[in-house]
Design a protein around this ligand. Sequence first.
Ligand code: FAQ
Length: 339
Amino acid sequence: MYTQALDIPEPRQQVREADASKADGLDAQRQTQFDTKIDGDRKIEPQDWMPEAYRKTLLRQISQHAHSEIVGMLPEGNWISRAPSLKRKAILLAKVQDEGGHGLYLYSAAETLGTSRDSMLDALHSGKAKYSSIFNYPTLTWADVGTIGWLVDGAAIMNQVPICRCSFGPYARAMIRICKEESFHQRQGFENLLTMMKGTLSQREMVQDAVNRWWWPVLAMFGPPDGDSPNSALGMRWGIKRISNDDLRQKFVDATVPQAQILGVTLPDPDLKWNAERGHQGYGAIDWDEFWAVVNGNGPCNKERLATRVKAHADGQWVRDAALAHAAKKRVREIKEAA
Ligand code: FAQ
């Protein structure tokens, strides 16, 4: 080679470039097929080609969702040993167990995107992964259990029913079963509160106090306002998210106001009024500083929740070891029998 200008590609480099341009062509073709499926509202399955950004967005959302279900077992789990009757204890046990099951379906759906459960759990335990802000609030009385069922599960259903139509098959299918179970959770919460509201004055006060504490964090749980939601545009384009954060929040407020009237509780917002022009309930300003403080690890119970999860995982190490040892022994036995 005499000068840079006379540089010609080495034969191997030429092959590489030809391969790259072929690959580019192939990727463009795959992208078109992917876009056609999305536009036609067809499902993307794990073996299908998908853009890396789609895979990443799904992994982010599904793993965060799975972590939320698992951490979400803790606030109500605290009340299993203190439930006021055998019936309430059986209902609460079943509910908390359901949330654990939801986490497992969701981790499995995320694994189909090529990640391991261990890496997702490492991200949770090291504090790198997010989970829903709502589970960083304390459960101070038995009325909190009913209020979580009514409001938190109610908000979860509002957010999750549209995800049953998510473009990614495994997530959409997991959500169908999850939503059926969440609907039972919401009803048991409402019925629990209704029973307390028919009880003594102090029971009614307990319910009102719990509703006062959970109302605003539940509204924030739908995520930041649409204008401050960096993931919404692509989530909507790809059919992962079907309804925006603000629209879901509004649907939830509209649905909850008449339920509060039936219960006989006051929702703690002086600005909560029917807006005839918009055809929706108007509501007051959400404290987004508090929301971001909680999301960033500084809520009332963040440290306690994470420490409990990390300890539970460490305490379960012997179970994982035993399962692996059993599987290894079984394999050896099968090989011997086949020989
Ligand atoms: N908490 O751009 P966007 C349940 C983050 S399950 C913490 O709007 P996106 C069942 C967000 O991740 C409850 N972080 O994000 C149950 C993003 O950060 P990143 C969980 C939040 O994804 C009941 C950043 O803010 N449900 O309750 C929160 O488009 C009772 C910017 O936000 C799901 O996970 C938050 N609340 O929309 C269990 C449903 N909101 O990732 C036990 C699936 C936002 O860029 C007991 N997820 N952030 O670092 C979704 O629908 C969506 O991911 C949203 C957020 C709506 C949560």
